[in-house]
Design a protein around this ligand. Structure first.
Ligand code: ZN
Length: 190
C-alpha cells in the first residue's frame, strides 16, 4: 500500500513538473493580465481548453505584447500570445481563428522538439507548424467541432494569394495547399 502511495505521489510530482503555465509577460501590467484572465475564460472557453491542453505538454504561454501578428513560439517550451487576442472584437478575430493561431505556434514547439530535424530553413518550420495546425483541427472536428478547420480552409488559401512570395509562410502554404491531403480537407470542409 505504502509503495502504491509513494508511486502515485511520484506520478503526481512528475505530471506537475511537466505542466507549463499561463504567465504574464514582462511588458504586460499585472492589472491587464488579471483582467484578461478574469474576463476571457468565460468568453473564450474553447480557446482556454486548447490553452490547457498545450500548457499540460510542458509549454509556458506568455501573454505579452508582440511586434507582429497574434502569436509567436520560441524554442521548445514557450509561446507568446498578444493581449489583443483575448480582448478584441470577436467579429474581427473569431475564437476559432485564435485557436488556429495557438495550434500553429504549438506546431512550432513540436517541430523544435524533434532534435533530428534541426533546420535553418524557415519555410520548413512554417510548413510543419501549419501542417500540425491542420491535423489538430481535424482531430477537433472529428470530436464534433469543425470551427477551427473551417477557419483554416478559409484563411490558408487567402494567405497563399495575398502573402509576399518570399515570405516563409507563403512558401510553406503553397506547398501544403498543393498536397492531396489538403484536397481531402477541402472536399470535406469547404
Ligand atoms: Zn509560424
Amino acid at each position: 500500500m505504502y509503495k502504491i502511495f509513494m508511486c502515485s505521489l511520484f506520478i503526481l510530482f512528475l505530471s506537475k513538473a511537466f505542466a507549463g503555465e499561463v504567465k504574464r509577460g514582462d511588458d504586460l501590467s499585472l492589472e491587464k493580465f488579471e483582467y484578461i484572465l478574469s474576463k476571457s475564460m468565460s468568453k473564450l472557453p474553447k480557446l482556454w481548453s486548447v490553452i490547457d491542453q498545450i500548457t499540460n505538454q510542458d509549454v509556458n504561454i506568455y501573454i505579452t505584447p508582440i511586434e507582429k501578428g497574434l502569436g509567436k513560439a520560441r524554442g521548445k517550451n514557450s509561446i507568446y500570445i498578444a493581449p489583443r487576442a483575448f480582448i478584441h472584437d470577436l467579429k474581427a478575430y473569431p475564437e476559432d481563428r485564435l485557436i488556429v493561431v495557438l495550434l500553429h505556434e504549438y506546431g512550432h514547439i513540436l517541430f523544435n522538439r524533434q532534435s533530428n530535424r534541426k533546420s535553418n530553413n524557415k519555410a520548413e518550420h512554417e510548413y510543419a507548424a501549419f501542417k500540425y495546425s491542420v491535423q489538430h483541427a481535424l482531430r477537433i472536428a472529428e470530436k464534433g467541432d469543425s470551427g477551427p478547420i473551417r477557419q483554416l480552409v478559409h484563411y490558408l488559401p487567402l494567405r497563399v494569394q495575398n502573402g509576399k512570395k518570399s515570405d516563409p509562410h507563403t512558401i510553406a502554404l503553397k506547398k501544403l495547399t498543393k498536397e492531396n491531403f489538403w484536397s481531402d480537407v477541402l472536399s470535406k470542409y469547404q
